[in-house]
Write a protein that binds this ligand. Sequence first.
Ligand code: UGA
Ligand code: MN
Length: 354
Amino acid sequence: MDTNGTAFRILCAIGLFFLVQFFYVFSKVERLDEGKLTLEAEVLMLERKRDLMRTKLNDLERETYRSEKKLQSVENRLRDHLKLLGSSSDKMPMIYFVTPTHFRPSQRADLTRLSQTLAQVPNLHWIVVEDADSTSSSVAEVIRRVKLPYTHVNAKTPTDMKMKYEDPSWKLPRGVAQRNVALAWIRRQFASLKRGVVYFGDDDNTYDWRLFSEMRAIDRVGIWPVGIVGGLLAETPILAANGSVVGFNAVWKPERPFPIDMAAFAVNISLVVEHPDAGFDYSVPRGFQESHFLTSLGLAPKDLEPKADHCTKVYVWHTRTEKSVLPKAVAEKVKSHADGDFTELEADALGIDL
Ligand code: UGA
Ligand code: MN
């Protein structure tokens, strides 16, 4: 009986143990369920927060975009103001930028690119000399659009000195009559002109804005390297340790007094006025125009003032626009462009006055 009683008690204890365990597990599951619900609620809340943040982010992005646009327009206005300030500054020497230009298919394109480079330069007076019987309204339009002080004149190359479109580019000197007309205009107007420099800037070269700051700081004649010219990647004067010019690296006709390109120098306007006969000439040997002009101003290589960080920087390149490849009939039509039959669009591309 005793044994039975003990067995019963043990059974009861075991039963009780499992009952306790059951309730324990049950309550845990219950709590887990609750936990799950809380977590689900939290996830929902976080999702809602995420959506809210997304909307806020979108709003912020939109605002940033709007602010950037505003900033851009303020920057533009500021730049315009600075440009105006610059162009009315009496302290800064003027640059008289002389560009001979002649009609060919790419003239309007080349002049557009040049005009938009010059448009950013303060205190620059652009002297454009058209190689033609008269000035054209299409060139005038390109010049006027950039709102620079300018002079627009014409000077036709004498027929026997005028190259044909098919001629090799080196056959005859270019820009001679045009640059002389510009020099004559400068001398005539000098009384009303400002202190400054004269630079011969052809219509197809590439000019870095930094070139213009360099040339303003010239006493008599400044010189700097030119990129891609005369068979060299960079043509430059050679400087001694003390910074003076002692030679040139030119390989094409190095025997020239100044074996340099037209784009490599600028001269003080006072020199031009003091030497009324200085200029360019059809009779000088090929490649000697620069040397002829500089010697006619009474200059020697020792007078050259090296610029562009002691001639260690290239701020101008003698780029040349490729001759436009066109069918013969079209090329012929372009040549006699005065009476050619062009569509309005073609005339606009070429800058032909219809
Ligand atoms: C090189 C030099 O960079 C020129 O400054 C120089 O006048 C020329 O050689 C030369 O030896 O005469 P390059 O590129 O060969 O220049 O010459 P172009 O660019 O064809 O002509 C120089 C300037 O004269 C240009 O602005 C061009 O539009 C103008 N030009 C050219 C005319 O006004 N009429 C023409 O018949 C040809
Ligand atoms: Mn050129």
